[in-house]
Design a protein around this ligand. Structure first.
Ligand code: RB5
Length: 190
């Protein structure tokens, strides 16, 4: 009898081997499920998050990470968050950057947009418990912050917590992520 929580064998795309987790099905992007230390951090913002983006890029670099700036280049009130967040989200999904920070005024629009890209697991994060647990349990590869909600001091604390956290690789979380990935594959079929 099939267990209620089991992932059907043909669709069980995640395996564990030591500390390295590899997606058998490459369509979701191998790097996102590997326990590697993030080095290249992509940052994108609209005008609502521009100032915070500039602060975070300096702080990220000061800690020895590489920061990749996806814009905006200057805060134009008429610029639109998808124009900056989607290129960043695609770079995260392809493994061109290890993690992503998407910023707008509230962080909400950035989060909605980022999660439209297959392979992205983004969340609006304004407190530290979720900044850490979101990675450990849910393997977040992007966080979204509101430049009109948090100051750069708190934002930097949250970003550091996010960057220092590692996915646990626990079986139950792999099972849940496999179910999410399965839904995602269905939704993106056209
Ligand atoms: C832009 O003014 C603002 O709506 C945007 O930055 C963001 O808050 C959307 O969620």
């Amino acid at each position: 009898m099939k267990r209620k929580n089991s992932v059907p064998t043909k669709k069980a795309v995640l395996t564990t081997s030591g500390h390295r987790l590899r997606l058998k099905d490459n369509r979701l992007g191998r790097p996102n499920l590997e326990l590697k230390i993030p080095k290249r951090i992509g940052v994108a913002a609209d005008h609502g998050g521009h100032e915070l983006k500039e602060d975070l890029i300096l702080l990220i670099r000061s800690k020895g990470y590489q920061a990749v700036d996806f814009g905006d280049g200057y805060p134009a009130p008429e610029d639109d968050y998808p124009d900056f967040v989607i290129p960043l989200a695609r770079a995260v999904a392809r493994g061109e950057v290890d993690r992503g920070l998407a910023l707008c005024g509230s962080g909400v629009g950035a989060c909605v947009a980022a999660n439209k890209v297959q392979g992205v697991r983004a969340c609006l994060i304004h407190e530290s418990f979720s900044a850490r647990q979101g990675v450990e349990d849910d393997n977040l590869n992007m966080i979204c912050l509101g430049g009109r909600v948090v100051g750069s001091g708190l934002a930097w604390e949250l970003v550091q917590t996010f960057l220092e956290a590692r996915f646990s690789g626990a079986e139950r979380h792999l099972r849940r992520l496999a179910k999410v990935a399965e839904i995602e594959r269905g939704e993106f079929k056209s």
